[in-house]
Design a protein around this ligand. Structure first.
Ligand SMILES: [Zn+2]
Length: 423
């Protein structure tokens, strides 16, 4: 038994030694290949053209579920970059870079923004900064997708794995990752790695998915006149009572967990008892168990809020059989969680890219396109594509392209690190 354990230990040590060696030699191969040096050069020298492209992309409105015009533009540009491009039934634009193997690395950036149709997306310049809703999230990722594909072509790169450059739909909010869900479903047989490009930051890499759940709560009641029907159960009052109970929920610091009542609606006028009130709530956690608990707390709190409002109506003698409140709680979207294994070649490729470029990055957990592949055990990360940004998901979003080549080069080296070069 002891001998067996010893042999196992030696065996594991040898395997990890060989894996490390293989990784180092793959990284060294990238380091020494003149075509890769050319890719890095191109990404540096074309950085300002990439920024101009980012502006053009950002100025095409693309709310979730209304990405078609921006998608068509990306399709045109990916085709011009020499890829075979198609749009799938979901609306994703898929550009194929054929490798010598059917195995796939998917590089993907989401097309959609959180801003509703009609939002002014004209890009303004202030000093070195660009200002517009969606300029960084995800103008940066989309511009990087194109820049990397163009650089690979210009440098005559040949890869082992097939690379799919994908502009996907429905990442944000109620899009609920439906674009990437469809992609993973279509390509899962050969899909080895997914690299999502989202936003700008290069000081971290997302290697774990954050589980989230979006809930909608609605309460309906009889409605009436604020004076003559006073005492009838009021859906807004019930909602308020429920919220007051829910937001005092005790949540753990570890695993980190959060909640947010993000939208609230209801009523028709100040002097009417409303017949309807509703809200949308975002629940997140590093742990599915905590998320389940939190959903349970929300349901309990809302039920108690409704009960309390009904009790108040009864006290006022206004709670007949026709004056009940009807509570409905539904799930708008679910994002599963998952984690990139420590020994994944994808993490090794990213770390090698960081070390080659002298970049330092910490690992983060977040809710991105990488959630879906990670939840299915497919190695995935989400990367910022360079430059600096702030105010994501607000009308004051900004992007500063200074130094963006670092992010572009980091993406390119990571992709090549997992795809592998053919001579
Ligand atoms: Zn994004």
């Amino acid at each position: 038994m002891k001998r067996f354990l010893l042999l196992c230990t030696i065996g594991m040590a040898v395997t990890s030694f060989i894996q490390n060696l293989a990784r180092k030699s793959a990284a060294a191969q990238l380091h020494d290949d003149p075509r890769v040096a050319r890719v890095l050069d191109i990404l540096r020298s074309s950085a300002s053209a990439t920024t101009e492209e980012q502006i053009r992309i950002t100025e095409i409105p693309a709310p979730s579920f209304q990405e078609a015009t921006r998608a068509a533009y990306l399709k045109k540009l990916l085709s011009a970059a020499g890829l075979r491009v198609e749009t799938d039934a979901t609306g994703n634009v898929i550009g194929e870079w054929a490798g010598s193997s059917p195995d796939i690395v998917m590089v993907t950036a989401h097309l959609d923004t959180v801003f509703p149709a009609g939002t002014d997306v004209h890009v303004k310049r202030e000093g070195g900064r660009l200002l517009a809703p969606g300029i960084s999230d995800n103008g940066t990722g989309l511009a990087a997708l194109l820049a990397v594909a163009r650089a690979f072509r210009e440098a005559k790169i040949k890869t082992k794995m097939t690379i799919l450059f994908v502009a996907n739909v429905g990442e944000e909010g109620e899009g609920n990752l439906h674009g990437v869900r469809a992609l993973v479903d279509t390509y899962k047989k050969h899909l080895k790695y997914v690299i999502a490009l989202d936003g700008a930051a290069t000081d971290y890499v997302t290697t774990a998915g954050l589980a989230s759940r979006r809930m909608e709560v609605s309460i309906e009641g009889p409605g009436g006149h604020s004076w003559s029907d006073f005492g009838l159960p009021n859906p807004i009052h019930a909602l308020g009572r429920g919220i007051a109970r829910f937001v005092v929920a005790r949540i753990p610091e570890v695993p980190r967990t959060s909640f947010n009542v993000g939208e609230i609606e209801g009523g028709t006028s100040v002097n009417s008892i409303p017949s309807r009130a509703s809200m949308k709530v975002d629940l997140r956690s590093e742990s599915e168990t905590e998320l389940n608990k939190l959903e349970g707390l929300l349901r309990e709190a809302m039920k108690s809020g409704v009960d309390e409002e009904m009790a108040a109506a009864r006290e006022r003698g206004m709670a007949g059989s026709t004056s009940l409140l009807d509570l409905k709680i539904g799930i708008l979207g679910v994002r599963p969680s998952g984690e990139l294994p420590e020994n994944s070649p994808l993490l090794a490729a990213l770390l090698a890219a960081d070390s080659q470029l002298g970049n330092r990055s910490r690992r983060e957990r977040s809710s991105t396109d990488a959630n879906i592949p990670l939840s299915l055990g497919i190695p995935a990360i989400s990367l910022g594509a360079g430059g600096r940004s702030g105010g994501a998901h607000t009308l004051d979003e900004w992007y500063d392209p200074a130094g963006r080549e670092l992010g572009l080069q980091r993406v390119a080296l990571t992709v090549l690190g997992v795809a592998g070069l053919e001579p």
